[in-house]
Ligand binder design. Structure first.
Ligand code: UDP
Length: 479
């Protein structure tokens, strides 16, 4: 059933449809706003649950009313509205998502007026591709997680065929994986995405991820949140499978550049957060000396155990550095409310040394002069935000693409230290002292150089800036 999108003089209508998690929404909504600035009509299709939170914690109506063609629509994410969506809830979601979201997406598209000319989708995209093909609508896949991990996911069947997977129980985790083109010299077993640690290579999650990744290459084009200068060798590899690739990142930096150029530096940026931001930490940071504080924040999806948090905290306390830490509500797992109690207890002990918030204005924090390091889980957005701000990292990856990202940060870009697979207060203390004190100048210099190159990519004439212009033109032609 093809819709009639015959030539008309209206602007292209693009439907942006993110995977319903904070990291994905962040980049997708920024891309949507950039396309709205280019004069496109935009439909941002979010889950009911996330939209409610966006409305609760951000003034989205006031922000987006400046774009007359911008509208929000919502559909189910496949879970009941009162589902707690904490712990590993998103794993539950895969199974129900395809079934429930596919029908809702189709309904939105069929009833859309003017008709949708192009869909941009991230995350699990197979069902969206099927719907787009059925309705004859061009679809672009936006990989909001790291291109390196995307490439590893794509290579999993080759890694298995070469006998480099599965990883057996007594494995040397530092063994090099030689079958991912472009990463032969640095990718070790322990750096593979966490799904690769499964002993059973027939596992349904591995199969699902490989299927989704390979299918996403059937989209009409691929957008990547990186720059040629950051991930050049991997981009060359990905282009052998999908010729139409647009590297437009770091998107948040490109977004800031373009919005500042259009509206001026004082423009009130939309924070798109799903939690209430605690800005009091900025006042606390204002009182600290330059580059004296380490910012500590982990995944917006997973939880930390009480034991892990205590070890991390003592490492931080025993280091020579002050810290600002984010502990999301209900993100510490302990028996009978112990998780929350431990946060209060630790905070009491570290009043003079640390500051705690439930949710920080992260981009603002990272660009604050008092910040000298970022203790991060290496979600792709956080990694890029740190790169752009020129802040060295201590990497403590938890799952998904984060293990690959931390290897790139420490070994390829050399702007941080990798603490993966370890949670020991002595090691935390040593790494914090290395990055913030003993090897401070070395890390600060490499992070500064990296930031300089990266920020050039998103300025007029830079590679990512030009690639976004090309994407905008190609969508016009496509529709
Ligand atoms: N973030 C934030 N405040 C916080 C913690 C995180 O604004 O206190 C934002 C952060 O800037 C990033 C996003 O949440 O843009 C998290 O995305 P990322 O890809 O780093 O990790 P995820 O949480 O999706 O694993």
């Amino acid at each position: 059933m093809e819709q009639d999108r015959s030539s008309q003089s209206r602007p292209p209508h693009v439907l942006v449809f993110p995977f319903p998690l904070q990291g994905h929404i962040n980049s997708m909504i920024k891309l949507a706003e950039l396309l709205a600035i280019a004069g496109f009509k935009l439909t941002f299709l979010d889950s009911h649950h996330n939209h409610e939170r966006l409305v609760k914690f951000n003034n989205i109506a006031a922000h987006f009313e400046r774009y007359p063609g911008f509208q929000f629509k919502t559909i189910t994410d496949g879970l009941p509205l009162d589902h707690p969506r904490s712990g590993n809830w998103f794993l539950d979601m895969f199974e129900v998502m395809e079934l429930k979201m596919k029908e809702s997406l189709k309904e939105v598209l069929v009833n859309s007026s003017p008709p949708v000319d192009c869909i941009i989708r991230d995350g699990t995209s197979a069902f969206a591709l099927d719907v787009a093909k059925e309705l004859g609508i061009p679809i672009i896949f936006f990989c909001t997680s790291s291109p390196c991990c995307f490439w590893v996911y794509h290579s999993i069947p080759d890694i298995i065929q070469a006998g480099e997977l599965p990883i057996n129980g007594s494995e040397d985790m530092d063994r090099l994986i030689t079958t991912v083109p472009g990463m032969e010299t640095y990718l070790r077993c322990r750096d593979l995405p966490t799904i690769c640690r499964k002993l059973d290579i027939e596992d349904s999650i591995i199969k699902l991820v490989v299927k989704q990744t390979r299918k996403s290459l059937q989209a009409d084009a691929l957008i990547l949140n990186t720059a040629e200068e950051l991930d050049g060798p991997i981009l060359s590899q990905i282009r052998t499978k999908c010729p139409l690739v647009y590297a437009v990142g770091p998107l948040h930096a490109q977004f800031n550049t373009r919005l500042n150029a259009k509206h001026g530096e004082s423009y009130d940026h939309f924070s798109n957060t799903l939690w209430e931001v605690d800005k009091s930490c900025i006042f606390w940071l204002n009182k600290q000396p330059n580059r004296s504080v380490i910012y500590v924040s982990f995944c917006s999806i997973t939880s930390t155990s009480r034991e892990q948090l205590v070890k991390l905290w003592y490492g931080l306390l025993n280091s020579k550095t002050k810290f600002l830490i984010v502990v999301r509500p209900n993100s510490v797992i302990g028996k009978d409310g112990e998780g929350e109690d431990v946060v209060m207890e630790l905070m009491e002990k570290s009043k003079d040394r640390g500051y705690i918030v439930n949710w920080a204005p992260q981009e603002e924090v990272l660009s604050h002069p008092a910040i000298g390091g970022f203790f991060t889980h290496n979600g792709w957005n956080s990694t890029l935000e740190s790169v752009v701000a020129g802040v060295p990292m201590i990497c403590w990856p938890q799952f998904a693409d984060q293990h690959v990202n931390s290897r790139v940060v420490s070994e390829v870009w050399e702007i941080g230290m990798d603490m993966k697979d370890v949670c020991d207060s002595k090691i935390v203390e040593k790494m914090v002292n290395d990055v913030m004190v003993d090897r401070k100048e070395e890390f600060a210099k490499s992070a500064y150089e990296m930031a300089k190159v990266t920020n050039q990519c998103v300025n007029v004439g830079g590679s990512s800036y030009s690639n976004l212009d090309r994407l905008i033109e190609d969508i016009r032609i496509m529709s």
